[in-house]
Design a protein around this ligand. Structure first.
Ligand SMILES: Cc1cc2nc3c(=O)[nH]c(=O)nc-3n(C[C@H](O)[C@H](O)[C@H](O)COP(=O)(O)O)c2cc1C
Ligand code: SF4
Length: 450
């Protein structure tokens, strides 16, 4: 069922230690690629070629082919940088955390191979601010790799040198957006940049930069070691390889499950996660946390790959499946997600800054028992007013919980408003008061720290 190409810690105890990792083919791809004074390695273009042939798609959300992205970097501009996105702030996503903490050398080896392929001499691994323990584990592994001569100056006696640094963010969701991440890494306020120029040409410090997700790069060592054909035995033609699926919400055994893409269905995934609590019926599925349009239970037999989830009306994104059963109030869930986006909006552009504010105001009116049926259309209007007008995808994402829950669960909204319309029986009063207190504290005049 599960195939552990990435979550190897589940099969090999203590693989986080360099000796155990090396005894299990660890750094063999790195040695193969870079060679040594005596043995010729692979040319950087060959490493890029095998990743292209493998069809590895980015695991950070958009599913963009990794090898193709690397090939966009101009060959004659130096220095170049590799930036690794470990911000992992999407609701329900916790796969990069497990990789960094339990299989850090595979992440480092992937970063090194990517850096070599594009001829970058420095790589930065950007981790979300709360990842204090994973950052410690990763730093320990980086130190071990330096001590073993796998990183640093003139690796294995070749002319290639590489340094890897860790950078901790400050817990802002927007800093997972690649250009905001670059701003944050440069010490500025984490707000997205206008594109073009794209990071491949003008990224970190205005130099050519590859930005890839942690899980994306953790795939690279086995691809380089065993080849594209080996990798393509898993997954489908358009979605090759395995993918880590994070499952949370109303299931008995939440956790990470690594599966070949396109082989199993959402229903299978829920079963692997121990089924729903008390066996209750599934009401909705968020396949990529709060950013993805909610799917109704009627599509439980959708295959788990990029194309199938898109055809069902949502996105696979980072594959953070949040399962909602029939005990979950959809209006409450949608409000919670909108509140998240309102809180995380960086404020740079008006549609998102104002739109998330107004959407939350309408939700608060509804859940405090003052809603009217017209407010449902008002929510749709606000969301449509934002769609395709925001500076970055965060603003677009914020319309998903509104539009998709109203599309699939409008009768629930109508019933909620009918049953809670006396101005007193707002069932989430305590939550509203608590949220308001948190907002006042976290949005104090000093502003957010990104
Ligand atoms: C609001 C927002 C948050 C994001 N958060 C993350 C994140 O936490 N981790 C991540 O890898 N990509 C995140 N992304 C996607 C990145 O912008 C980028 O596409 C990704 O890091 C590229 O890596 P990949 O090609 O390996 O997927 C986010 C995008 C947006 C718009
Ligand atoms: S869409 Fe939102 S998060 Fe993105 S730039 Fe505009 S205000 Fe900032």
């Amino acid at each position: 069922m599960e195939k552990h190409v990435l979550l190897r810690d589940l099969d090999v105890p203590n693989i986080r230690e360099i000796a155990v990792y090396q005894a299990n083919d660890g750094y063999a791809a790195w040695r193969k690629a870079i060679g040594s004074l005596e043995v010729a390695g692979m040319k950087p273009d060959e490493v890029m070629g095998v990743v292209k042939d493998a069809g590895l798609r980015g695991r950070g959300g958009a599913g963009f082919p990794a090898g193709l992205k690397w090939s966009f970097l101009p060959k004659d501009m130096f220095p170049k940088y590799v930036v690794v996105n470990g911000d992992e702030s999407e609701a329900g996503t916790f796969k990069d955390h497990q990789l960094v903490e339990n299989n850090p050398h595979q992440v480092i080896e992937g970063v090194a191979l990517c850096s070599y392929a594009v001829q970058a001499g420095t790589a930065y691994i950007y981790l979300r601010g709360e990842f204090y323990e994973p950052a410690k584990a990763l730093q320990k592994a980086i130190d071990e790799a330096y001590a073993a001569g796998l990183l640093g100056k003139n690796i294995f006696g070749t002319s290639y040198s590489l340094d890897i640094h860790i950078h901790l963010g400050a817990g802002a969701y927007i800093c997972g957006e690649e250009t905001a991440l670059l701003e944050s890494l440069e010490g500025k306020l984490g707000q997205p940049r206008l594109r073009p120029p794209f990071p491949a040409v003008q990224g970190l410090y205005a130099k050519p930069t590859v930005i890839n997700n942690i899980e994306t790069l953790a795939n690279v060592p086995p691809i380089v070691l065993y080849g594209a054909k080996w990798y393509r035995q898993f997954g489908t033609e358009k979605s090759p390889g395995t993918k880590i699926f994070c499952v949370s919400g109303r299931v008995n055994k939440p956790g990470n499950f690594e599966l070949p893409l396109g082989q199993y269905t959402i229903r299978d995934l829920i079963e692997m996660a121990g089924g729903t609590i008390d066996g209750r019926p599934v009401k909705g599925i968020l396949p990529a946390g709060s950013s993805a349009p909610i799917l109704p239970a009627s599509v439980l037999d959708t295959k788990l790959d990029y194309e199938s989830v898109a055809a069902a009306g949502s996105i696979l994104g980072s594959a953070s499946f949040v399962i909602l059963d029939d005990t979950v109030d959809i209006v409450w869930a949608a409000r919670k997600m909108v509140r998240f986006f309102k809180h995380e909006s960086c404020g740079k552009c008006t549609p998102c800054r104002e739109g998330t504010f107004w959407a939350l105001r309408v939700y608060d009116k509804i859940v405090s028992g003052h809603g009217t049926q017209r407010d449902i259309d008002m929510l749709v209007d606000v969301a449509n007013g934002m769609a395709n007008k925001c500076f970055c995808l965060l603003g677009e994402f914020s319309t998903s919980p509104v539009l998709s829950t109203i599309k699939h669960f409008r009768p629930e909204y109508e019933q909620f408003i009918r049953e809670h319309h006396d101005g007193k029986s707002g069932i989430y009063q305590d939550e509203l008061i608590r949220d308001h207190a948190i907002s006042v504290l976290s949005e104090a005049p000093t502003g957010k720290s990104h």
